[in-house]
Design a protein around this ligand. Structure first.
Ligand code: SAM
Length: 348
């Protein structure tokens, strides 16, 4: 036993309990508290100023005593802060959960939803076998699970919108896209990035390929986008083929969900479908020696899809092996070590 400040012996079990605070073995609950707050729309209900617990229960249609307890938990993770005896105001983290404008609301809902969470229950099994545990935990692969759970699939697609918008902005500022007639977005749902890109290419048209069950969600999400009528929605399987005739192929956050064979197959189909001179733009998370959330996303990819978040050089090599030339990672000013990589390649 080690002595405490007064020289008394501290039983090792007690020392272990003191460690619980720093170990935080139930950190998962933070994500689920955020998800609960996002699903209830707490941030929106507090946007105009503090409200009492009773007012919030009425606005959210919840059981008042249960919500009172949940609000205390929300205060613990910084979604709300208590003002006065029974009122709550939006706190800093909570402001990220508003539904209007740039927001992480859809992200915390999807990433903590059953489809992406349940495979983590058997992370040990995935580590033992080196394979996804989606079938063991969801009863089917992730994408078939989403086909059977359309509301959750819709939430998943909504969660991708902020990064899609950012990527479209980056692509239009980093690359000369003039002369591009047809853009094919492979696995491109919900289509926000494609539609935003087409906005800056008024003479171009787009083809969005995704699984048939996802297409109606994409049509709903970008139906009112000014460029929507220049997009052809195509239900299909990128492991079987990719639409031909694109001047520009987009593969955003696809390869990370693919094992080695599948990743090479998709890249090969893009290569085969494009004419000489066509380009491929690969956008994906990459791991490096720098700690980043990509290292956790890598385990997401492992447990949910049997995929892998690769390094930038690995992705560049994969494209070069497929036959692409002039393969290079684009420098995003101020984000040299960012886990989001944009790689451009030209089909000779
Ligand atoms: C991680 S999401 C990325 C979506 C989008 N590219 C983005 O970055 O926001 C993967 C997408 O690939 C689609 N997908 C998965 N397997 C597919 C397949 N075999 N054929 C076509 N699409 C597929 C999914 O439905 C989903 O829309």
């Amino acid at each position: 036993m080690s002595p405490d400040a007064k020289g008394m012996a501290v039983p090792p079990q007690l020392a272990l309990i003191h460690k619980l605070g720093s170990l935080q073995p139930h950190t998962w609950s933070t994500g689920l508290i955020l998800r609960g707050a996002a699903l209830l729309g707490l941030a929106d209900h507090l946007a105009d100023g503090p409200r009492t617990g009773a007012e919030l229960a009425e606005a959210t249609g919840t059981h008042p005593p249960s919500l009172a307890r949940f609000l205390r938990a929300c205060a613990m993770v910084g979604v709300v802060e208590r003002v006065g005896s029974d009122s709550y105001a939006l706190a800093e983290t909570g402001r990220l959960l508003v539904s209007d404008g740039p927001s992480l609301r859809a992200f915390v809902i999807a990433v903590n939803g059953p489809g992406l969470m349940r495979p983590w229950e058997q992370v040990d099994q995935a580590l033992r076998t080196g394979r996804s545990v989606a079938v063991d935990t969801l009863g089917t692969d992730l994408w078939s699970y989403y086909a059977r759970h359309p509301a959750e699939a819709f939430q998943f697609l909504e969660s991708t919108i902020p990064v899609s918008r950012l990527t479209a902005l980056l692509l239009t500022s980093l690359i000369d896209l003039s002369g591009v007639g047809t853009v094919v977005d492979v696995g491109g749902c919900p289509g926000v990035m494609l539609a935003d890109l087409l906005d800056s290419l008024p003479a171009a048209r787009g083809v969005l390929l995704d699984l048939p069950a996802m297409i109606p969600h994409a049509e709903k999400i970008i139906g009112s986008h000014p460029a929507a009528d220049r997009i052809t929605f195509t239900g299909g399987d990128f492991l079987a083929s990719v639409p031909e005739g694109g001047d520009l192929y987009l593969l955003k956050h696809i390869l990370g969900d693919c094992d080695e064979d599948a990743a090479r197959t998709v890249v090969g189909h893009c290569f085969a479908a494009g004419a000489p001179g066509s380009r491929l733009l690969l956008v994906d998370w990459v791991t490096s020696d720098e700690p980043s959330f990509a290292q956790v996303t890598d385990i997401d990819a492992m447990v949910c899809c049997g995929g892998r978040i690769r390094t930038g050089p690995e992705l560049i090599e994969m494209l070069a092996e497929a036959g692409y030339r002039q393969v290079r990672r684009l420098a995003v000013p101020g984000q040299e070590n960012d886990p989001l990589a944009i790689i451009e390649a030209v089909r000779p």
